[in-house]
Design a protein around this ligand. Structure first.
Ligand SMILES: [Zn+2]
Length: 436
């Protein structure tokens, strides 16, 4: 059947056609924000760039970046580009790490966003015949509203469950024959475990799940897929940009296609702001080119990703992004190389070490040194000295493979790294002591 939310003219457009569409929409967006949003005018004036300088995506790099701090400073409506009378909805970030950000939507903005979510559902195999159980939170959070709207647009039967109340979730899932599950990956894992424990897997009809809004690993994906007998798809989005559905996975399950008719993605070096070519790792930056009420120009997400334009077997030509590999706020520069603690953590976890570690960076005679201290498990601790040395050597090799630079490794006794209340202090950068 013809899928309403798989439009080959857009989603499989040639790179040239797609670029032409982006050029047109970008030029229009930049003119509009310069005219209608004093804050954008001020930023562009300060950067010495006028709307006439922007002829298309090739000129995007001339425009100043927008940070979360800008958004917070302009709380609640300093970046609003349309009169309030034209806005029909707000959503908001959780504000756990500072002031909230409020995002405004016109009806067209909601249609665009829900259309992106409908594309994500379609890519996961959903049709009007499906029953979509949405157990993301409803309310200010965008998770519930986004997938709910997408499911509506697609014409699927939508179960607006919101989060929590696992007994009720499972009852509706079985009684109403839900076929597509939308929630956070951790809740999907919990539901899967509960369903297996209760021995009722043969009573559920799920075939696919769309899981996002938090980090998850491939192991977790396989675990959920096995337990529920489904295909599990990743989805990406931030409230500031519109919500989930900015990017979504297809049946290939290898990176998320970015809805490039609505968003232009760039990868930059987080330290210098320089735009990096596809295939290189850096900070993901988004420019919205169809949003009316709350357009964002070069918004720095702080998520570290890689973009790929390799041909995808699904036929879509939209660029693909990896899931976030870390956060740019955490980045260290060691020997001129960008190092993310999350990369080190991945290597440690893959090698069976507990998540108790510390990264110590120091400088000796103008040369940076990085040491990773990690606790052994109690089983490892009873190993012979020879075995421990072999383990250390293996870790050094794996870390070099991941980071591209040599790290020293010190395996320490279980529970010997100081525990902290709240957020663990993983990185000790001693270089700052000398640099004042
Ligand atoms: Zn694809």
């Amino acid at each position: 059947m013809q899928h309403r939310y798989f439009d080959p003219e857009i989603e499989t457009a040639s790179p040239e056609d797609l670029r032409r569409l982006q050029d047109e929409r970008l030029v229009e967006t930049v003119r509009r924000v310069y005219r209608d949003v004093p804050y954008y005018k001020k930023k562009m004036d300060e950067a010495g760039v006028s709307p006439e300088d922007i002829h298309g995506v090739k000129d995007l790099h001339l425009l100043p970046f927008l940070s979360k701090e800008d958004l917070r400073q302009q709380y609640p409506d300093g970046l609003l580009a349309r009169p309030l009378s034209e806005c029909v909805r707000i959503h908001s970030t959780s504000g756990t790490t500072g002031r909230r950000v409020v995002a405004y939507y016109t009806q067209n903005d909601l249609d665009m966003w829900e259309g992106c979510c409908a594309r994500a559902l379609t890519a996961a195999g959903a049709t009007p015949d499906d029953v979509v159980q949405v157990c993301y939170g409803y309310g200010l959070f965008t998770g519930g509203a986004g997938l709910h709207g997408g499911s509506h647009k697609l014409g699927s039967l939508t179960l607006p469950m919101s989060s929590g109340n696992t007994d009720r979730q499972i009852q509706f899932m079985t009684d109403l024959g839900a076929t597509v599950l939308c929630c956070t990956p951790s809740y999907a894992a919990y539901l899967a475990e509960t369903i297996c424990e209760r021995g009722i897997r043969d009573q559920i009809k799920l075939k696919a799940g769309i899981f996002g809004a938090e980090a998850w690993t491939e192991e977790m994906r396989h675990d959920i897929e096995d337990k529920l007998g489904i295909k599990a798809y990743d989805i990406y989005g931030l409230t500031e940009i519109s919500g989930p559905g900015v990017a979504f996975e297809c049946e290939e399950q290898h990176g998320m296609h970015i809805n490039e008719d609505n968003f232009i993605a760039e990868i930059i070096d987080p330290a210098t702001g320089e735009v990096l070519p596809d295939g290189q790792k850096g900070e993901l930056v988004f420019t919205s080119i169809t949003k009316e009420a709350f357009p964002l120009i070069r918004y720095r997400t702080k998520d570290i990703c890689i973009l790929s334009r390799e041909k995808c077997s699904c036929g879509r030509t939209f660029v693909r992004m990896t899931k976030p590999l870390g956060r740019s706020d955490d980045m260290l520069i060691v020997k001129g190389v960008n190092v993310f603690p999350s990369q080190i953590e991945t290597v440690l976890l893959n090698n069976g070490y507990p998540a108790n570690y510390q990264i110590i960076v120091s400088r000796e005679k103008h040369s940076d040194k990085i040491e990773v201290q990690v606790e052994m498990t109690s089983e490892m601790f009873s190993d012979s000295l020879k075995e421990v040395t072999a383990r250390e050597r293996a870790l050094v090799a794996d870390l070099k493979g991941m980071l591209g630079i040599k790290c020293d490794v010190r395996l320490v006794a279980p529970k010997s790294i100081q525990r902290s209340e709240g957020k663990a202090k993983r990185v000790i950068d001693k270089r700052n002591l000398y640099e004042g």
